[in-house]
Design a protein around this ligand. Structure first.
Ligand code: NDP
Length: 462
């Protein structure tokens, strides 16, 4: 019989924390889970889920326009922001309930409170002042949007947190950043009819993606009417007498907007958690340092998900939680596998991708074959919409393995999931070639690109 109150105590009720708590409790262990805000964490409450609902909402304008080419006449359409927020909040509330239910059904104890470490085995429930002890502790407190604290007037800006609860839809918005969140929200706001400008410090948006797709998406966004400013950042933000914001950039331009949003990366939530009292080490960014099994330098304390700054994605946090359970409670040491993670950017058009970019593959392998198709999707023939899909496979010429697959276009995210399986399985280009096409689909291009569009040998395109 353990002398601790709990076998496992989890701080943070997001994707990683709830999974660790729920599954450990289902094994008959005594589990406590504390969450200071709402169960579900960033993904469910103010991230992936409400974002995707917003993406759907923002696509209807184009759907209505496209309908005419197929014989439909759609009457005048109007959009109601409050109704969308209300519906989104209802769905988020439902999902939050399911997260709690999963814990309750497995007899985990829920603490609706912030929790902080007192020492390596003791946790303080801040709301009540009660302390509890646990044999093992998991920190899964996630991250929060980074704001540019040194920028004059930064307090007038919002982050994605506030974007989900704006009282009214702005007429104009400027979004700073060139990553997932900035690009997705630029498309959302534009689709909902907001005059949208994206301002990014680098030479092209989405720095970690394949160059072809980055350029392709940039072009498509501009064609829709989103303004993209590159190689510039805000220098100051001022609030004008009429309540609007004026953002002055380093290059001297002034952008007028009703909201200015920052999406410049997320920071791990490690402040004031008592980690120092327990002796848990952080890295230079303030993220918790962990070994290959998500164990911190304190042997009974583990950390999962965004608080560890490995790969900031929901499925990664969940996977890390499952590996922790395998290792600690199923006697099967399993280290999370962070290789070949498929991912999507829910821009419009979408990006779906897995594996190396062309730039990275060309650096790594002496010779790569690039299979590339750019075409007008079938639906656009009748809708008349000017849009292009891009599909690319990158193949290591030495062993014919597909090392990267990249798609820009409708349902790219859905395709990336399946491409993820093929790359994980180590499929070669020949495996793709002998796979029958599904016709007529866009994805059939992936198995019908017989000859390389070009090769890159020792870094040179040939
Ligand atoms: P990202 O890391 O994707 O992008 C951050 C962006 O901000 C980059 O363009 C970066 O530029 C820029 N930036 C960083 N610091 C500054 C600064 N001081 N001034 C100006 N620009 C700056 O972070 P996000 O905030 O967009 O998203 C956080 C994480 O959430 C992502 O990494 C992703 O893992 C996850 N996420 C995933 C989604 C999905 O799966 N669809 C959707 C949304 C979020 P540079 O490139 O030059 O460094």
């Amino acid at each position: 019989m353990s002398s601790f109150d709990f076998d496992l105590f989890v701080i943070g009720g997001g994707s990683g924390g709830v999974r660790a708590g729920r599954v450990t409790a289902s094994l008959g262990k005594k589990v406590g889970v504390a969450e200071e805000y709402r169960f579900g964490g960033t993904c469910v409450i103010r991230g992936c889920v409400p974002k995707k609902l917003f993406v759907y909402a923002s696509q209807y304008r184009e759907h209505f326009e496209d309908a005419a080419g197929f014989g439909w006449s759609v009457g005048e359409s109007t959009f109601n922001w409050e109704k969308l927020i209300e519906a989104k909040d209802r769905e988020v509330g439902r999902l939050e309930g399911l997260y709690r239910l999963g814990l309750e059904n497995n007899k985990a104890t829920i603490f609706d409170s912030r929790a902080e470490l007192v020492d390596a085995h003791t946790v303080k429930i801040v709301k009540t002042g009660q302390t509890v002890t646990a044999e093992r502790i998991v920190i899964a407190t996630g991250g929060s949007p980074g704001m540019p604290e040194t920028l004059a007037g930064h307090q007038y800006g919002i982050s994605s947190n506030e974007a989900f609860h704006l009282k009214e839809l702005p007429k104009a918005i400027a979004i700073a950043g060139g990553g997932y969140i900035a690009v997705e929200f630029a498309n959302i706001f534009h689709g909902l009819g907001v005059d949208t400008t994206l301002i990014y410090r680098g030479m092209e948006i989405l720095s970690r993606f394949d160059g072809d797709l980055r350029r392709g998406l940039h072009k498509a966004m501009e064609k829709k009417g989103i303004r993209i400013i590159l190689e510039d950042v805000f220098e100051k933000i001022e609030k004008r007498g009429d309540g609007r914001l004026a953002g002055t950039t380093l290059k001297g331009e002034t952008l007028l907007a009703d909201q200015i949003m920052f999406a410049i990366g997320r920071r791990p939530n490690t402040a004031n958690l008592g980690l120092d009292r327990a002796g848990v080490e952080l890295d230079e960014k303030g993220a918790i340092k962990v070994d290959l099994y998500s164990r911190t330098n304190v042997p009974n304390i583990f950390a999962l998900g965004d608080v560890t700054d490995r790969v900031q994605l929901t499925p990664v946090a969940i996977h890390e939680a499952m590996c922790f359970i395998e290792t600690e409670y199923r006697n099967n040491p399993t280290s999370p596998d962070h290789e070949l993670i498929p991912t999507a950017v829910f821009s419009q058009p979408e990006i779906g991708t897995v594996g190396m970019s062309e730039e990275a593959a060309a650096k790594k392998f002496p010779e790569i074959e690039v299979y590339r198709a750019e075409f007008r999707p079938m639906k656009a023939t009748l809708s008349g919409r000017v849009e292009k899909m891009i599909m690319k496979l990158l193949v290591n010429a030495a062993d014919r393995k597909v090392v990267g697959a990249h798609i820009l276009g409708h349902d790219a995210g859905e395709m990336a999931q399946l491409l993820g399986i093929t790359l994980k399985a180590g499929c070669t280009k020949d495996d793709f070639d002998r796979t029958m096409a599904v016709h007529p689909t866009a994805s059939e291009e992936l198995v019908t690109m017989y000859a390389p569009s070009y090769r890159i040998r020792n870094g040179e395109r040939v």
